[in-house]
Ligand binder design. Structure first.
Ligand code: SF4
Ligand code: FES
Length: 248
């Protein structure tokens, strides 16, 4: 395939960025999107030009590092996959592909296609944990009976990989889907009850402090989420928040 890539280039956080055209050829349908980017970068390096910076690590849909806005969609045109799992067979010979970083005030561009998603880390640090008794008398988690349906729901929430596609897809750049998944994975389980009130208060407050927008129920986040995190998590977090306000 021959393709015309239009890629956002930005020297650093302070510089103004711009779209740059890169014609590329010899791309096969079996290549992943990131392998296609590798081919481009090898060509740029061979020509003595600066390669395009982009985030990646596991390249198998686990780590949440890869984060490209492809033709206006976070993680591209396929569903329930990350950018590293997207294959070039989704595109046709002669296509133009527009590649940008995730856009949100709370995700400032560091360079080219890399954004700073440490706002998510700070939300997680604000309450996305449980305290356990490490005195030697710790109860084995498997010894606490949990309804299978509840355990499955908690596991579904826990599959969020923190990629940020939900924020990039949202017209308000809201982080509600991410934060609600992190609140839900504990709210559903007995181990999460001890800090439940503080957790939801602290995580929602941090989310607002980071500059993410509010949720207006458009559902774009759920559509673009590579892990199928459901809007039900947002409803659950809102219930947890109201409950915490009544109790705390
Ligand atoms: S909720 Fe989905 S889109 Fe948002 S960070 Fe988690 S995995 Fe990514
Ligand atoms: S590189 Fe890890 S999820 Fe894409």
């Amino acid at each position: 395939m021959k393709l015309n890539l239009k890629i956002w280039r930005q020297k650093d956080a302070k510089s103004k960025g711009q779209m740059v055209d890169y014609p590329i050829s010899g791309i096969e349908g079996d290549m992943s999107f990131l392998e296609m980017m590798d081919v481009l970068n090898e060509e740029l390096i061979t020509k003595g030009e600066e390669p395009v910076e982009f985030d990646h690590d596991c390249r198998e849909g686990i780590c949440g590092s890869c984060s490209l806005q492809i033709n206006g969609e976070p993680h591209g045109p396929d569903r329930r996959i990350t950018t590293c799992q997207l294959h070039m067979r989704k595109f046709k010979d002669g296509d133009t592909i527009v590649i940008e970083p995730f856009r949100a005030t709370a995700f400032p561009v560091i360079k080219d296609l890399i954004v700073d998603r440490s706002a998510f880390d700070r939300i997680q640090q604000a309450g996305g944990f449980i305290s356990v008794n490490t005195s030697g008398n710790t109860v084995d988690a498997n010894a606490i009976p949990i309804n299978k349906h509840i355990a499955d729901e908690a596991m579904d929430s826990a599959t969020c990989i923190g990629c940020g596609a939900c924020v990039a897809a949202c017209k308000n750049a809201s982080a509600m889907l991410f934060t609600s998944a992190k609140v839900s994975q504990f709210a559903l389980l007995p181990q999460g009850q001890v800090e439940a009130i503080d957790r939801v208060h602290h995580m929602v407050r941090q989310m607002d402090l980071e500059g993410f927008g509010n949720c207006t129920n458009t559902g774009a986040c759920e559509v673009e989420c590579p892990k199928g995190i459901s809007l039900e998590n947002i409803a659950r977090m809102n219930r947890e928040f109201f409950k915490a306000n009544l109790k705390g």
